[in-house]
Design a protein around this ligand. Structure first.
Ligand code: COA
Ligand code: AMP
Length: 628
């Protein structure tokens, strides 16, 4: 069946389409019905099915002749370690660590926070939770203690898993200190922490609360996978919304497993035994779906890379990994390749490696800029495939369905909606727009299996943020258009979310921190274009009258506060003082206008603006800083 036929079948009768696809997965109890609704009218997939996600990722392959195949490769240029785990070894390790968690009282439905660097134990921890039917919540290691504390209070975990340190090139990140700090800040108190001690920096353990990972594991007995309902949560993954409190995206077990199997074949064209490398982090959705669950459920070999695209040791790092492990497909964010291109524009380092195993390069996480697309295409000669998705969906909404048929690509487009996603472009009244008309990108319900089930303990936020704007549709938060051939073009977020070096952050959250500074009267934070990181935050601040502290000192305090509360990745380096902010007559700050002005784009002065003079003032400030 070609793409168009498969896509149409998924739209015409989603229940029948996904009932058939449920056979991609080995169920403990196969579902009788694919699609149903809960008491609030939300769609559920495979509600009466039972399965275990860890079993599907590990034991299933051991039982089916893949026990000796490499499941996971850990490559760590920052420590000089390369280690491989067969499916059998990984199953044993996970089963034993699940026993360790069980001995601490972790059971089905219980939450476990994982705050770890990119070491195999992070994946082992996730799978061990899944084995017990417990719900993991991985917090990206780059987040500061305050962000971790917010997540502890929301998820209320029984146990937190961490490591003594992370390694950022040559810098050590003392995770255990950050963890202790977060636990002090949080109101919810955990029963236990399990800490993986790394050679480079050992952590002090708090008696009675902290456990040494290696010791606990050595004392534990392996446990078998616990079958859970398809609709039981597998994980909560927090993502940035428009406010300071992150949203806990809840993923189920059954729909997710089917989506992982389907997407590995359809979106990435992977077969069992292939080597798939998502150069991301387990703290992000890409890491959940395509470092851990997707490749393992599909019987592939997955790579967990503790390094950077550059400086570990050079811009040839990605190509070295591809050659060394015979990678068949790589997936990363455009920003990673921009960093490589910046350091090795002529791709001389690429020439040093044999990339004959590599068949395709996949990119997502932010807009794929044409320069990066052409650079990659020219120097690798491979298909460079953009695809668009979000933490909420867990897998690609639009892409090039290479497993079905490689569609012709069009620069600037993420190609076509993937089967299951009924993508529509709507105007602000919810009216469908025609070809080439730009509007809000919405997905007609039901979303396919694998997408978010809701927001953890916050059904109202789920409804208000995603379902209430357009009746019967999911609001993606992105703007864009479909062309005559049904190709989708994503033009950027329509809300306060920005993407900094592939990391999703909230400008609203930054504004809350900046406004809390005692000398700041008001502020606006917007995402402005950046050659390397795609976007970086920029703050315009109005200081209170009579402030005596030198401006530079205030800016430095603000930078530090954002770094301490959110994390180093927030990088609020651009801060400019203005006398006032552009606002509508009803007092709403015109953030879009500020962004357009900062990016040097054409803009129209909104008719609702309260005072046009302010535009000249802001424009002068931005021109002045640009001239430095
Ligand atoms: N733990 C602790 N700190 C982290 C971290 C982590 N996991 N990840 C990043 N940081 C810190 C960095 O050390 C840096 O700190 P510094 O300001 O003290 O130097 C800060 O956060 C910013 O880091 P980063 O965003 O990585 O910027 P960079 O300039 O060091 O590197 C890139 C730029 C493009 C090389 C890098 O951002 C990158 O590899 N991006 C790809 C991201 C990615 O793959 N995303 C995938 C999502 S699909
Ligand atoms: P995250 O939830 O961190 O994966 O971020 C999701 C957001 O990143 C999307 O809503 C988009 O704004 C942006 N994004 C992801 N992939 C793409 C892409 N291929 N093209 C354009 N924007 C993208």
């Amino acid at each position: 069946m070609g793409y168009h036929k498969e896509y149409q079948a998924s739209i015409d009768d989603p229940a029948a389409f996904w009932q058939e696809k449920s056979s991609l997965v080995q169920w403990h109890k196969p579902p009788g019905q694919a699609l149903s609704r809960d008491e609030d009218g939300h769609y559920l997939w495979y509600a009466d099915g039972e399965l275990n996600s860890c079993y599907l990722a590990l034991d299933y392959h051991v039982e089916n002749g893949r026990g000796e195949q490499t499941a996971l490769i850990y490559d760590s240029p920052v420590t000089g370690v390369s280690r491989q785990y067969s499916y059998r070894e990984l199953t044993d390790k996970v089963a034993r660590f699940a026993g360790a968690l069980q001995s601490l009282g972790v059971c089905r439905g219980e939450r476990v926070i994982i705050y770890m660097p990119m070491i195999p134990e992070a994946a082992i921890a996730m799978l061990a939770c899944a084995r017990l039917g417990a719900i993991h919540s991985v917090v990206f290691g780059g987040f500061a203690a305050h962000e971790l504390a917010l997540r502890i209070d929301d998820a209320q975990p029984k146990v937190i898993l961490s490591a003594s340190c992370g390694i950022e090139i040559e810098k050590l990140i003392p995770y255990k200190t950050l963890l202790d700090d977060a636990i002090t800040q949080a109101e919810h108190k955990v029963d236990a922490c399990v800490v993986f001690q790394r050679e480079k920096l050992k952590a002090e353990l708090i008696p009675g609360r902290d456990h040494d990972w290696q010791f606990l594991e050595s004392q534990s007995e392996p446990v078998a996978p616990v079958p859970v309902a398809a609709t039981d949560p597998l994980y909560i993954l927090y993502t940035s919304g428009t406010t300071g409190s992150p949203k806990g995206v809840v993923r189920d077990n059954g729909g997710h497993a089917v989506a992982m199997r389907y997407s590995m074949a359809t979106v990435y064209g992977m077969k069992p035994g292939d080597v798939f490398w998502a150069a991301s982090d387990v703290g992000w959705v890409v890491g959940h779906s395509y470092i851990v669950y997707g490749p393992l459920m599909a019987g592939c070999t997955s790579i967990l890379y503790e390094g950077k695209p550059v400086r570990t040791p050079d811009a040839g790092a990605f190509w070295r990994v591809c050659e060394q492990y015979q990678v068949n497909a790589i997936f990363s964010a455009p920003t990673a390749f921009r960093a490589i291109c910046k350091e090795d524009p002529g791709a001389a380092l690429l020439e040093k490696y044999d990339l004959s195993s590599l068949k395709r390069i996949f990119l997502a996480g932010e807009r794929l800029d044409p320069a990066t697309y052409h650079w990659l295409k020219q120097h690798t000669g491979l298909p460079v495939i953009d695809h668009w998705w979000q933490t909420e969906t867990g897998w690609a909404i639009a892409g090039n369905p290479v497993g079905i048929e490689l569609l012709p690509t069009k620069a600037g487009s993420a190609t076509c909606p993937i089967p299951g996603f009924n993508v529509q472009i709507l105007d602000n009244k919810g009216k469908g727009l025609g070809a080439d008309e730009q509007g809000s990108v919405a997905i007609k319900l039901p979303l396919p299996p694998g997408c978010l089930q809701g927001i953890w303990k916050n059904p109202e936020r789920f409804k208000a943020g995603y379902l209430a704007t357009y009746d019967g549709y999911y609001l993606s938060g992105d703007g864009g258009y479909l062309d005559d051939d049904g190709y989708l073009y994503i033009m950027g977020r329509t809300d306060d979310v920005i993407n900094v070096a592939g990391h999703r952050l909230s400008t609203g959250e930054m504004e809350e921190i900046v406004s809390a500074h005692p000398d700041v009267a008001e502020c606006a934070v917007v995402g402005v274009s950046d050659d390397l990181k795609g976007q970086v935050p920029m703050a315009l601040i109005v200081l209170k009258n009579g402030v005596k502290t030198p401006e530079g000192q205030i800016f430095e305090q603000i930078r530090l506060e954002v770094r301490q509360q959110i994390g180093a990745l927030a990088c609020l380096k651009k801060i400019h003082r203005v006398e006032r902010l552009p606002k509508t007559r009803s007092g709403k700050i015109l953030r879009r206008l500020i962004r357009q002005m900062a990016d040097g784009e054409d803009y129209q002065t909104p008719s609702t603006i309260d005072d046009v003079e302010v535009i000249t003032e802001i424009s002068n400030v931005l021109k002045l800083v640009a001239s430095f």
